[in-house]
Design a protein around this ligand. Structure first.
Ligand code: ADP
Ligand code: ZN
Length: 437
């Protein structure tokens, strides 16, 4: 396979040079951060006077971690490191786990961010011949404008379709010959189910690839989308605190996400001890942004759980790869004392061809016990009035789940398209237990 690079020099920079670049950028970022009220106080308290304190990559460890709570406390302008007049854009996180946080960009920041997104897109094999339909929420969410700008930078024809309105999405795909789409994996699955339902002929579409991200999904879900839609799906990782999309992305090799280390410093720590994990071990990703002047954020605890690959990638890029992110530290459910990640449930059900594209996890209190119910849709071709195969499927799901999560769930089957569909990040878990229980 021939790999294509947006910026071959930077993407294949030898590790020692990459690390020297990071140290230089870290010094600039610290200098900049000292201009923001939050960091002026935080860094001074930690005994950091200026960039001269950073002589080796290990000096990064002198900087205290920044948490989501810190960002909330610094709202609205506590992290701003440039005069307000220099700021040309703001974005906000989706607020999946509480109050959203705001991020600011100056003109140079937007340019650098766009460069990273373009690098991701181009690295999957896209060129200016492609037609790119950005089926994700525009507005404060970074996925819309971020991918939009990156797509234009590559020179593709960008259709700002936004999320939702599935029927209209099909029309756009057909009318303009869309070759690439970007969406959450849950929306892609929804689009696929709707396509089958509405009898849209795949042969009339020119789709080749999709970028899927903004929420966790399993390898089986990727394969399902690829098989059903007959496209290549590339995993896209980002977060608004680190600009948005463009932080880490899969290359044409499609195994692990290259984290752009000339724009970000990544560490993986044990979330309990806060010590770095051993190479290749799973832990919480901590990120420092090196490409943003207006709003520097240092050693940010993402809460996302992942690990580094220890092997270099066949594509020749020197930037390390992250494993698929299985969820956040705060996604973990404790059900009758057993720790379960929603991603473990997804892995089981999405591997079953008889199961449809949408599911929901519900937890309730029944007396003293927690009761887990997994609701899944069946495929559009399944007849709901034929109870015997349905019962067998239900039992198969229950049995497989029990073996995998050591917890006996109730299983409900629902008609295709009947569970609430999401256009953006899917809400898969409904926890009805009383808070103090
Ligand atoms: P919020 O934190 O409110 O969801 P963002 O919109 O900034 O705000 O979302 C960033 C988060 O989305 C990441 O920290 C991560 O938890 C999740 N995420 C983004 N991309 C992926 C991906 N490819 N795989 C798993 N999780 C992802
Ligand atoms: Zn690669």
């Amino acid at each position: 396979m021939t790999f294509q690079y947006w910026n071959k020099k930077m993407e294949t920079l030898p590790r020692p040079e990459l690390e020297a670049w990071q140290l230089e950028k870290l010094r600039e970022t610290v200098k900049q951060a000292l201009r923001a009220p939050f960091y002026r106080k935080r860094l001074t308290e930690a005994g950091i006077r200026g960039p001269e304190d950073f002589k080796t990559p290990g000096d990064l460890g002198r900087i205290p971690f920044t948490t989501k709570q810190d960002l909330r406390e610094g709202f609205p302008y506590g992290f701003l490191a440039v005069p307000r007049e220099e700021v040309v854009r703001l974005h906000a996180s989706s607020g999946t786990t509480g109050t959203p946080t705001t991020i600011y960009f100056n003109a140079g920041d937007l340019k650098r961010w766009t460069g990273f997104v373009a690098r991701c897109i181009y690295g999957t094999g896209c060129t200016r011949a492609d037609v790119f339909q950005n089926m994700i929420t525009y507005g404060l969410f970074t996925g819309g404008l971020g991918f939009h700008a990156g797509g234009e930078e590559v020179g593709m024809l960008v259709i700002p379709s936004g999320a939702g309105n599935t029927t209209r999405q099909f029309h756009l795909m057909r009318d303009f010959g869309t070759t690439v789409v970007h969406a959450t994996p849950s929306f892609l699955l929804h689009v696929e189910a709707k396509m089958r339902e509405e009898g849209v002929n795949r042969e009339h579409l020119k789709l080749k690839r999709a970028f899927a991200g903004a929420e966790p999904y399993s390898e089986d879900t990727r394969r399902r989308i690829e098989d059903l839609l007959k496209i290549d799906v590339y995993n896209s990782y980002g977060l608004s605190e680190m600009n948005g999309p463009g932080v880490a992305f899969e290359c044409q090799h499609k195994d692990g996400l290259h984290l752009w280390e000339d724009g970000y410093i990544a560490e993986i720590i044990n979330p309990d001890t806060l010590e770095p994990v051993r190479d290749g071990e799973r832990g919480e990703l901590v990120l420092t942004v090196l490409c943003r002047e207006a709003d520097p954020i240092l050693r940010y605890r993402t809460r996302d759980l992942t690990a580094f690959y220890t092997e270099p990638c066949p594509c020749g890029r020197t930037h390390r790869r992250l494993c698929r992110i299985k969820g956040r530290t705060d996604d973990m459910l404790i059900i009758n004392g057993v720790n379960i990640f929603p991603s473990q449930i997804e892995e089981v059900i999405m591997a079953m061809g008889e199961v449809g594209n949408n599911y929901l996890i519900e937890i309730e209190k029944e007396g003293e016990l927690d009761r887990l119910t997994v609701k899944t849709e069946v495929t559009p071709e399944t007849f709901m009035d034929d109870t015997r195969p349905l019962n067998a499927l239900k039992e198969k799901i229950r049995h497989t789940l029990q073996a995998s999560i050591t917890c006996n769930p109730r299983v409900e089957l629902h008609e295709s398209g009947s569970l609430p569909a999401s256009e953006g990040k899917a809400v898969r878990v409904i926890d009805k237990r009383p808070r103090d229980g």
